[in-house]
Design a protein around this ligand. Structure first.
Ligand code: BG6
Length: 516
């Protein structure tokens, strides 16, 4: 295995990191799981990197009654539990920027209170810029909060100074099917313009996901082979060993198709398969993604299981620990038909990809955590080594790995030392951590910072969301109508028979999880 040395990288490195302009972040759901697990730690890292800006402050908004002081204490604990690379002094300075207000999300008075508090804090901290509203609450509250932000005048869509326009960050899933996504979008767009809306898909903030664009479009050597003439098939895998954690109530109503496939998995597909955008500008990239999504062949409900199948984990074991089956998880109905695994075969009907299958899978409680995109190239047309018994050689595979390690590997056939004809697979790989030797920034750091500077490139535009739902809503409906349950797979397995059939009936195989 050969690694690119750090000295080779960096001499011509171009890094454009911009400090956030003065702004205030209002987080709805401030004492909730997302804020504690992801947002506070990420903001603290941005602060540590000196990019948050002196005047920045965060106003936490939630149902729980808390004083500023108590909110700061609990934020400090949450950050300390999860971030090992920030000192207590740094965390303390960061939490001094936090404030809190409690109220009922449906009560107009709550928003009047927020307004008063923002005026007071803006003055105190000299913020004369955007207020960013972050919906870190369960999706059923999105509509209510947005309408109240609109009616209280906090969304200010008509503000002529762009820098002073409010911004709205919406977590996924955006709707639960086509109709609900349309309804939610109608509600939001009555109060915010599209340029104010930042729909988060945190996978887009991951370094290696962003690197797909650099890799494809900043190198000349891959693009000529990135098409149906050279690519045999593509596999996109998002495998998790964790289950639903404490989110049974949410997950049982969502399932893997809504939770992971409609957003993270399809977004990864768009980056790998889209046409080169004219420039690295938000709308140019988003236009290409939309074009790509539009080219995906719709599922036919007749014979659906030849193209998309679902599974649900049963009891099993992972790393020697016993795992309860999905239906025994807290918050899950004992006869739940919610899927925790989806595998699909998609075709993209355009000039570049016609006939190339894209196999996508995502599942929980699998043997390993493994997120990767593997591009398998076609085999060589003729082997000149037949006489040495090498008629059938493995194809080249390019793996863009996102998790657990972030890196890129290209498998090649090469001469091994020894007898005249002795060949084997060699992996040319580079691993972000060993090359750059730093902790990788968390996805939320990138996304929060981008929203503060007003860059929508890594956020999902509404048409993208809608087309993804157009593709998947018939599948959701078919699953609901046929009344059958997903296939059970034991926790800790790699796959299940129906998912295997999907690819094996084409004479191919899923890659082993974490196989490089
Ligand atoms: C979230 C899903 O969007 O992504 C979770 O709601 C999932 O169910 C998580 O566990 C996976 O994210 P990551 O970054 O750990 O791969």
């Amino acid at each position: 295995m050969q690694e690119i040395q750090p000295s080779v990288i960096g001499q011509d490195t171009i890094c454009a990191e911009v400090e956030a302009p003065p702004n205030a972040l209002v987080v709805f759901g401030a004492s909730g799981d997302l804020t504690r697990r992801k947002l506070l730690g990420s903001l603290c890292q941005i602060f540590k990197r000196g990019l948050l800006g002196e005047q920045f402050y965060l106003l936490g908004a939630g149902r729980k009654e808390l004083s500023d002081e108590k909110f700061r204490q609990s934020a400090q604990e949450a950050i300390q539990q999860r971030s090992c690379n920030v000192s207590v002094e740094q965390i303390k300075s960061f939490v001094n920027k936090l404030y809190y207000i409690s109220g009922d999300y449906s009560d107009a008075l709550f928003y009047e209170g927020i307004k008063v508090r923002l005026v007071e804090l803006d003055k105190k901290r000299k913020v004369d810029g955007a207020h960013i509203f972050y919906l870190a609450v369960p999706p059923f509250l999105y509509g209510t909060i947005v309408e109240r932000l609109g009616s209280s005048g906090l969304s200010c869509p008509n503000e002529s100074d762009v820098k002073r326009q409010a911004r709205l960050i919406v977590e996924k899933p955006f709707g639960r099917d086509l109709q609900s996504a349309v309804e939610l979008n109608n509600k939001i767009s009555r109060c915010f313009n599209e340029s104010q809306i930042y729909r988060i898909d945190h996978y887009l903030g991951k370094e290696t996901v962003q690197n797909i664009l650099m890799f494809r479009f900043a190198n000349a050597i891959f693009e000529p082979v990135w098409n149906r003439n050279y690519v045999d098939h593509v596999q996109i895998t998002i495998a998790e060993s964790i289950g639903i954690e404490h989110r049974g109530g949410y997950y049982d109503k969502a399932g893997a198709l809504r939770d992971m496939f409609q957003n993270h998995t399809l977004q990864m597909l768009t980056l790998v398969a889209m046409e080169p955008p004219a420039s690295f500008e938000a709308d140019h990239i988003r236009d290409e993604k939309v074009k790509l999504l539009r080219s995906i062949r719709p599922f036919k409900t007749d014979g659906l299981d030849k193209f998309i199948v679902r599974g649900q984990y049963g009891a099993g074991s992972i790393d020697g620990a016993d795992i309860v089956g999905y239906r025994a998880e807290p918050g899950v109905a004992p006869d739940s038909k919610t899927e925790t695994f989806v595998a699909a075969k998609l075709f993209i009907d355009n000039w570049r990809w016609k006939g190339v299958p894209f196999y996508l899978r995502t599942g929980k409680r699998l043997e390993n955590k493994d997120t990767e995109i593997a591009i398998t190239f076609k085999k060589i047309p003729h082997s000149m080594f037949v006489s040495a018994g090498l008629a059938d050689m493995p194809p080249n595979v390019l793996v863009l790995q996102l998790q657990p390690e972030e890196g890129i590997t290209l498998s090649l056939q090469a001469k091994r030392p020894g007898s005249k004809i002795c060949m084997g697979t060699l992996n040319m790989s580079f691993n972000y951590r060993s090359v750059f030797g730093v902790d990788m920034p968390q996805a939320y750091e990138r996304l929060l910072l981008d929203c503060m500077v007003g860059d929508q490139t890594l956020f999902t535009r509404y048409d993208c969301v809608e087309i993804a739902w157009q593709l998947l809503t018939p599948v959701l409906q078919a699953w609901q109508n046929d009344g059958s349950a997903p296939c059970e797979y034991p926790a800790g397995s790699e796959s299940f028979a129906e998912a295997d059939n999907l690819i094996e009936s084409d004479g191919r195989k899923w890659r082993k999880l974490s196989e490089i």
